[in-house]
Design a binder for this molecule. Sequence first.
Ligand code: FCB
Length: 453
Amino acid sequence: MPFPQFPPFFLFGTATAAFQIEGSTNSDGKGVSIWDTFTHKAGKVITGENADMACDTYANPERDLALMTELGLNAYRFSIAWSRILPEGRGQVNQKGLDYYRRLVDSLLERRILPFITLFHWDTPQALQDRCGGFAGRDMADYFADYAEIVVKALGDRAKHWITLNEPWEHAAFGHLLGTHAPGRRNPFAYFRAAHHQLLGHGLALERIRAASSDARVGITLSLTPIYPATEKKKDVAAAKVANQFFNDFYLDGIFKGSYPDPLWKKIGIARPRVGPQDMSIISRPVDFLGVNYYSREFARSAWYVPFLGAWVDEVDTGGKEAVIDGTQYTDAGREVYPPAFYEMLMRLKEEYGNPCMYITENGASFTDVLEDEKVRDPLRISFLEGYMDAAARAIEDGVNLKGYFIWSLMDNFEWSSGFSKRFGLVYVDHATQQRVIKDSGYWVKEMIHAQG
Ligand code: FCB
């Protein structure tokens, strides 16, 4: 298959998150985050591992930056650990934390790699969890905006691309509804409050960031999961519509339309979060770009027993194994590899949300990679990337305003409650020795970038 072709000035990057790579969780005055707490509780991480070391990036960032240079990447999305900047989440600033990220940005710029900085990738300072319940508490929106301003005042002279939040749906749903992520709550009321307060924090931060850095470009990253009806039955089609609103449109409509979608809003009844009179206009302040994280589509069927939604949403069950079922490939996280749904989703963003400037801020796959003779052969990841990047290139040809593509991830890292068991990297990492080996997919990306006009 020929390499997908992208327009001039297209950005090719990889994405990471602080908690998943940095390690050094107690160094240089860092405070405790909810993920530090969560991963040290028995039974929360399926492998029993923690991220105290992770990829050891905080201690040695240059090793990873050199890999990006080797791969020919021209952009990098990473996140800042809030608790390195404000160990208590608010109040006293830790200069060493700011210095670390300032050095990181400088090294990236020296290497001609454009930094895209995520301000919140799920690692709420524990002190704010204790104080107001994290994002389930409304005060958190203000604390977040204060923190954002501190960071942008310190780095905004050199970094210009800011992402307020990463995947508010996942943080709200896994952390507050299903309990599989930190802070480990299981409460539908907390879910909707965390969803709304994150968006409110995003809107408040947006204004503070622009005031601190007049040429900043600010956006938000949403994970978008198109929901298809499991059958053509009317009730499953209706279930898919509500589920789509729950997963996607709640966030998209909030940001781009300043309202939450019906019939979802009606359905959730008493679980509705309190929405202040100004909230929706704050949330819908114009963004400079939308960050899209895309992994797979899912299927919905009508299910009376699911509270509030009345819909059950699932992937095809592969038992968590990578598999081929009826000719369709699944990753080892059980996710279907189906690029046409990605193309359709990009077209929907163009048609229904005014074709905003977009970046794919995450897309990638985990497969059971093995290191043999200093090589990692990962043809499945290569064909995954070929398929999705090709779909993106087609969407651009069809008018979608897409400006860059960040692959998840630069290297195998700590995959939240799956520990190190899921390998998403272009670079293989042996976490015991911290040895790095570029996978075949990494070399494919390098050649693909090289082959652009
Ligand atoms: C996304 C997260 C990212 C990583 C990938 C695999 O939902 O944003 O941190 O875990 O999934």
